[in-house]
Design a protein around this ligand. Structure first.
Ligand code: URP
Ligand code: ZN
Ligand code: ZN
Length: 467
């Protein structure tokens, strides 16, 4: 592999910025400074007017996931090429066993699907059911396969939802193994009640989706999960926080010293629940995800939480379906496949809405899109920083360049975008994944299968200090 010299840019990490050159050699960051010696055939990138940042880490994706009678439209090739084109160089995807299936067996399936990834990837495990076998296999998942985070569902009654008894047992097992429990925090009982009520009242459109998942459901479940984690004494990661009561529950717990990490999605910072009132089914259904987009007033609370550290990571929950797939729920909103895209757009949207508006600094942007995920999921300092010896996962962002987000031009394998028509300022022009120039100013250069699996270490004491 030839050297790459990224010259003259402003290097930004979660801790600060400086003007310097950055040399990539053999897949690693080899040097940072000026007048760096490099091979005569080195590729030289002029980054004079640009920011040079650690590649994005998306801690929440669902590629190729079988779900609600269909399969997510992006596989590990299309999804990871879309990610690379938007500056994301690592994803953490969720393995989803079916009820009763061995999680080890499910992991083998996901590993084979992920063989075509173009960027590096790791996995969380969905705790799709609970019993002695699941608990036993968790030990092997952690120790032999580097799966050190487990997602528990408080929603989806009759499906993924686990009763509190199992949640407590699962959290205890995570603690024992040094693994991090994650929660999808919505109250599944209340949602089931409200869904039935909506349908009985004749509300079958996507509006029923948001009406049956009010913010209180998320607030209650978040508080309950935190209480369980606090009493069990295990750290907790709350995925896709969308609502003010959930953010407040996390802030309150953190102020008491409880180890809770909150993740949000760019969509929750900018899109509101009016989308579900749109008369166009495809448009409204295209926004159906859980939790749903919230009334506008929640956005100010989430931005505040993003600024003050209550929410410290951003994912995409990329789980995209086509318009045709969403029509599975044309007559019953509970059958609309839940999920939206965004793996390609996260950095662009967050830079545009966050950095350009002055809500967050470029340093906080790096923390939110890369470094904090690396730390929370034990990928740091291999990922999420610009230190010598780290993987050369590096992006070059031109703050003056603009781009219009659209389903017509995206690499995500769907005909819908929740960001349709949005013009963003600040565009990723180069993406390097372990030193390979995978995205070169509009040209995708990555071959399928070059991405590597990232087994992760369980958490020991050092973890405690990082939450
Ligand atoms: O609607 C969503 N979020 N779909 C993906 C699965 C999940 O709950 O994260
Ligand atoms: Zn979820
Ligand atoms: Zn998800």
């Amino acid at each position: 592999m030839t050297d790459t010299l990224i010259r003259g840019g402003t290097l930004v990490t979660a801790d600060g910025r400086r003007r310097a050159d950055l040399l990539c050699r053999e897949g690693l960051i080899a040097a940072v400074g000026t007048e760096l010696a490099h091979s005569s055939d080195a590729e030289v990138i002029d980054a004079g007017d640009c920011f040079v940042l650690p590649g994005g880490i998306d801690p929440h994706t669902h590629l190729q996931l079988p779900m609600m009678g269909t399969v997510v439209a992006d596989d590990f090739y299309s999804g990871t090429t879309a990610a690379a084109s938007g500056g994301t160089t690592t994803i953490l995807d969720f393995v989803g066993p079916v009820r009763g299936q061995s999680p080890l067996e499910a992991l083998a399936t996901w590993r084979s699907w992920a063989d075509k990834a173009v960027i590096d990837y790791g996995f969380h495990m969905t705790v799709a059911w609970w019993g002695p076998r699941f608990s036993e296999e968790m030990a092997s998942l952690v120790r032999d396969h580097g799966i050190t985070s487990f997602k528990f569902f408080l929603a989806y009654k009759g499906g993924l939802m686990l009763p509190d008894e199992d949640l407590i047992a699962g959290f205890l097992r995570c603690r024992e193994l040094g693994a991090l429990p994650q929660v999808h925090a919505e109250n599944g009982e209340l949602i089931a009640y409200l869904q039935a009520k909506m349908l009985a009242e004749g509300v079958t459109s996507p509006l029923g989706h948001v009406l049956s998942r009010p913010p209180q459901c998320e607030g209650e479940a978040t508080g309950r999960a935190i209480a369980m984690a606090e009493i069990v004494d295990v750290p907790l990661y709350v995925v896709h926080v969308s609502a003010a009561p959930a953010a407040r529950a996390i802030a309150d717990a953190r102020s008491r010293g409880v180890k809770v990490i909150g993740e949000t999605l760019p969509g929750f910072l900018a899109i509101d629940d009016s989308v579900y009132r749109n008369a166009d089914f495809d448009f409204a259904a295209g926004h159906v995800m859980s939790p749903p987009y919230r009334p506008r007033e929640h956005q100010a609370v989430l931005w505040q939480a993003v600024q003050d550290g209550t929410l410290s990571t951003t994912g995409t929950d990329h789980c995209c379906f086509t318009r045709a797939q969403k029509r599975l729920g044309q007559r019953d909103f509970t059958r609309i496949p839940n999920g939206c895209g965004g793996i390609e757009d996260r950095l662009h949207v967050l830079w545009h809405l966050g950095v350009n508006s002055g809500r967050i600094s470029p340093e906080r942007f790096v923390a939110l899109t890369s470094t904090n995920a690396a730390r929370n999921f034990n990928l740091w300092p291999r990922k999420g920083c610009l230190e010598v010896g780290a993987d050369a996962d590096v992006i070059v962002l031109d703050p003056a360049r603009t781009k219009t987000l659209s389903a017509a031009t995206q690499r995500q394998n769907t005909d819908f975008s929740v960001w349709e028509g949005m013009q963003v300022k600040g565009v990723v022009v180069h993406t390097f994944s372990r030193g390979a120039h995978v995205w070169a100013d509009g040209e995708l250069r990555a071959e399928a299968g070059r991405g590597r699996y990232l087994p992760r270490q369980p958490f020991g004491d050092p973890y405690q200090a990082r939450v």
